[in-house]
Design a protein around this ligand. Structure first.
Ligand SMILES: [Mn+2]
Length: 434
């Protein structure tokens, strides 16, 4: 019933099994769906499920509640899903919604109730439970004034049941979601492969005068026809100096001959994200200077690959890469050893040309949750995305791939997506043969 192929319920069953190991005895866990966000009038934005609720249930629909109560006195109370009631009338107006049977098959949970039954059942469970785990958005960079359904529920619940022991679910979810299972890695791989199709589609189409939004249109066409619901995040199609604006997404400029285009675009698939960045020359050939900066970024990326291994952590990884970045910036004539020797340690010289982090977790969120102070472990999925931005030259180069950390080394989920200069130029030349 959803655009993507059904996911086997074992993924969600195993995720719940892992969660249960982290709970206090006699605990009840509550997770709420995301809201459908309003725009204006009766308009709405596209629905995006709460990543934690999806991770534990697979239910991809608004107004869903998941209860997990491993020590419940009755078996049918150990796991319960509430979905909004559907019927013939709703089906005509809103299309297909989860029936109880489909919710059961999706989640692997046998107790499925309609949402209007929630308060009665919840009251019976709360009478038994001691600890209550509620969910909140504790992403390290979360910064939204909008009150979520989880937040409203927390207020309601604490007001109605003030004497329970309340616990934070978020730190446990971060621990769990940080390590991806093979099924999740396959879903991310699928998202990467859809992104690859989009990238290969645009290579022969780009020529001087093409508008950034025309490239965006070709990408979304390719993504959607491959069962993606669209971009995993706002796409950056930045030609020329626009590439130096890190979160550029107007995508409304004409691509000028002799400049490059930075594409930071990824498809989502089944709520899993991919996150690709490539830079291509508008005219089909890189200039000598563009090549030099590009190769420098590629060398930084290769160094990063060597260090994104079990046992390292993000901090030592980043520290080690700073030395590599400094050397490349000096070789490009952008910095001198003097600049570095006399730099303000709080604002190091390299930050003028490389002002963001090198890696982040990737998964159900494009900047996925996780504890950034822990050592790299097998099953973690990271991006590597070095960049050099030279505003005075109107040139910004960033390259980004997605990787799985394995016991035996790093697996590149984007190894088939062209990244070498000559391969990109060759693919772009194919337009001239048409
Ligand atoms: Mn990224």
């Amino acid at each position: 019933m959803l655009r993507y192929a059904p996911i086997h319920s074992n993924l969600f069953i195993n995720n719940r099994k892992r969660l249960i190991q982290h709970l206090e005895p006699n605990s009840l866990v509550v997770l709420n769906a995301n809201d459908i966000m309003p725009s204006n009038g009766d308009g709405i934005l596209e629905f995006r499920q709460n990543s934690d609720l999806f991770y534990l249930s697979g239910i991809d629909q608004e107004e869903t509640i998941l209860l997990i109560y491993p020590d419940a006195p009755k078996n049918q109370w150990k796991e319960i899903i509430f979905v909004k009631e559907t019927n013939e009338h709703i089906a005509v107006w809103e299309g297909q919604k989860y029936t109880q049977e489909v919710a059961q098959a999706t989640s692997g949970i046998s107790s499925i109730h309609w949402l209007h039954e929630f308060e009665n059942i919840f009251h019976i469970l709360m009478e038994q439970a001691e600890h209550v785990y509620l969910n909140s958005n504790e992403h390290i960079r979360a910064n939204s004034p909008v009150e979520t359904r989880d937040r409203r529920f927390t207020k309601w619940c604490k007001d109605k049941y003030p004497l329970h022991k309340y616990e934070r679910l978020a730190p446990i979810m971060h621990q769990l979601r940080m390590i991806k299972s093979e099924v999740e890695i396959e879903l991310i791989r699928q998202a990467c492969s859809i992104t690859e199709k989009g990238f290969r589609r645009i290579l022969p189409l780009v020529k001087p005068g093409i508008m950034e939004y025309e490239i965006e249109a070709e990408l979304i066409y390719e993504f959607i026809r491959n069962r993606s619901r669209g971009f995993a995040y706002a796409p950056i199609i930045a030609s020329g100096a626009n590439a130096c604006v890190l979160h550029y997404n107007n995508n409304n400029q004409s691509c000028e001959p002799g400049t490059t285009i930075l594409l930071d675009v990824g498809a989502e698939y089944a709520n899993y994200c991919s996150d690709l960045t490539r830079v291509i020359p508008v005219s089909g050939r890189f200039t000598i200077r563009q090549q030099a900066v590009y190769q420098a970024v590629l060398r930084i990326m290769r160094q990063a690959q060597q260090m994104l291994v079990v046992g390292n952590d993000l901090n030592m990884y980043h520290q080690a890469l700073v030395e590599v970045i400094e050397k490349e910036l000096i070789d490009l004539g952008l910095l001198s050893w003097e600049d570095i020797k006399h730099q303000d340690p709080k604002n190091p010289a390299y930050k003028k040309y490389f002002m963001h982090g090198v890696s982040h977790h990737l998964g159900l969120n494009v900047h996925d949750v996780g504890n950034i102070y822990q050592k790299f472990k097998p099953g973690m999925v990271f991006t590597i995305e070095p960049g050099i931005y030279i505003r005075e030259e109107g040139l910004g180069i960033r390259l980004e791939n997605n990787y799985v950390i394995r016991e035996q080394g790093l697996e590149n989920l984007m190894e088939h997506i062209p990244i070498e200069l000559d391969e990109i130029e060759e693919l772009m030349q194919q337009r001239r043969l048409d």
